[in-house]
Design a protein around this ligand. Structure first.
Ligand code: ADP
Ligand code: ASP
Ligand code: MG
Length: 414
């Protein structure tokens, strides 16, 4: 008998029929003699609908109130799944994040989990009850409802698995595993049977939304056995999805590149003609950091006539705010010539642990993009990834040609 945590995403919970299907799948795991804790998302589209409604009433909704509101999507699905399970004779009980006590900090809309109280869940599991927990939400030390950032139910699932020391955390979604890139963009993308934790962490942080980055971080920290699977496979036809492994890669056949990630959510700001002197990066980025805006890539160009251009990227949602700070504080106080912004860029990245031992990946990537006439605006690298910023109109083309150039569509690369 094992303890399994299963997380079902929005599409998997998207209609009464699908919820009944989830109940049947949970029942099958139960019938095998396992203890099951289920974490669910809101029905697909619901969180977007709630956010749009809030913004319709208040253009910049108060974050505390927004969390009170957007956490309701998951409160609906926990109850529906519990009802569906009871209807097929399975004991089940639903819990909101606060009822479990998923304790978080007070950073509304992107709170971090600080601890999880296992007592209620353990008691139910001991009495053979399926525990159903609302994903994406928690409660802070003052009793305020918090949410964990978009896609946060993945993190709820892995955090619960870590707290309960579950034997496995299964993330059920609308694809049957982690692919070499988003199969919606490249139909030739292949499912990976296994992917290393390090690679998954990079892919998630570079935009592959199949797993929320924090869920992968949790899995790494607490060594949770994590698997991505499809909730749409019929009984008896199930595959084993993709396992996120912690083992060192010793296989000589390991491909150099394991996947291509992309992120549309980027914007670039350039401060033109700043004096080229020590402290300039700090003077520009200090006020941005103080406003809690995360900076991703940074480039400082070679100086001409004692001045230089300084560019960096931010999340597209923070573009207007960052531009305003530059215009109001930097241009005047630091003495820049102009501020230029571009919120039609995207980031495309190649990820693979094989890069460590194979030089030439960067040049292949740059040549492939050049052959398509795609201009690279910024570059950043780490040991196992290379990212480029390009105009967003080239996103799909860039992903497709890189996927092909690195032969990710070839079965032999597995
Ligand atoms: P859920 O609602 O189940 O959490 P998401 O929409 O958040 O599902 O994540 C699943 C989606 O992630 C897939 O439908 C797919 O389009 C996208 N995706 C992006 N990159 C990848 C990848 N490398 N492998 C698989 N899916 C990916
Ligand atoms: N419902 C939330 C969202 O849409 C959380 C999740 O689905 O993981 O972001
Ligand atoms: Mg998701």
């Amino acid at each position: 008998m094992a303890l399994i945590v299963q997380k079902y995403g929005g599409t998997s919970m998207g209609s009464p029929d699908r919820i009944r299907n989830v109940a049947k799948r949970v029942a099958r795991w139960k019938a095998k003699g396992h203890h099951v804790v289920v974490v669910v998302s809101a029905m697909s589209g619901e969180t977007n609908r709630l956010i749009a409604l809030a913004k319709d009433v208040s253009p910049q909704p108060d974050p505390r109130e927004l969390d009170v509101m957007i956490s309701t999507g998951e409160q609906v699905t926990i109850a529906l799944l519990a009802m569906a399970l009871k209807d097929i004779g399975i004991k089940a009980k639903s819990y909101t994040g606060a009822q479990v006590k998923v304790l978080t900090d007070s950073t509304f809309t992107k709170a971090r989990i600080l601890g999880i109280d296992e007592a209620n869940m353990r008691r139910d599991l001991d009495s053979d009850t399926v525990v159903i927990v609302a994903g994406f939400q928690g409660v802070d030390e003052y009793g305020n409802i918090t949410t964990l950032g978009r896609g946060g139910s993945d993190t709820s699932g892995v955090a619960l698995a870590a707290a309960l020391k579950a034997d496995e955390c299964q993330i059920y979604t609308d694809v049957d595993g982690v692919y070499t890139t988003d199969p919606r963009i490249v139909p030739e993308a292949r499912k990976l049977d296994r992917i290393t934790f390090e690679e998954m962490l990079e892919l998630a942080s570079l935009g592959s939304k199949v797993l929320q980055i924090r869920s992968v971080e949790f899995a790494g920290k607490y060594k949770v056995k994590l698997r991505v699977l499809s909730s749409f496979e019929e009984e008896g036809q199930e595959t084993s999805g993709t396992l996120i492994t912690f083992e060192e890669v010793t296989n000589m056949e390991q491909p150099i590149i394991s996947g291509i990630a992309f992120n549309r959510d980027e914007a670039k700001l350039t401060v033109q003609g700043v004096p080229d002197r020590p402290g300039i990066a700090y003077q520009i980025l200090g006020p941005i950091a103080e406003s809690n805006i995360d900076v991703d890539m940074i480039i400082q160009n070679v100086a001409h006539d004692g001045t230089t251009d300084f560019s960096f990227t931010v999340n597209r949602g923070e573009f207007a705010r960052a531009k305003k700070i530059l215009e109001e504080q930097i241009k005047q106080h630091v003495g820049a010539r102009a501020i230029e912004g571009d919120n039609h860029i995207c980031k495309v990245s190649a990820v693979g642990v094989g890069m460590r031992s194979h030089p030439g990946v960067a040049s292949k990537m740059f040549r492939t993009l050049a052959e398509e006439g795609i201009n690279i605006q910024m570059i950043s690298t780490s040991e196992i990834k290379i990212s480029v910023v390009v105009d967003e109109k080239y996103l799909e083309l860039a992903v497709r040609v890189l996927h092909k150039a690195f032969e990710l569509d070839q079965a032999s690369a597995a």
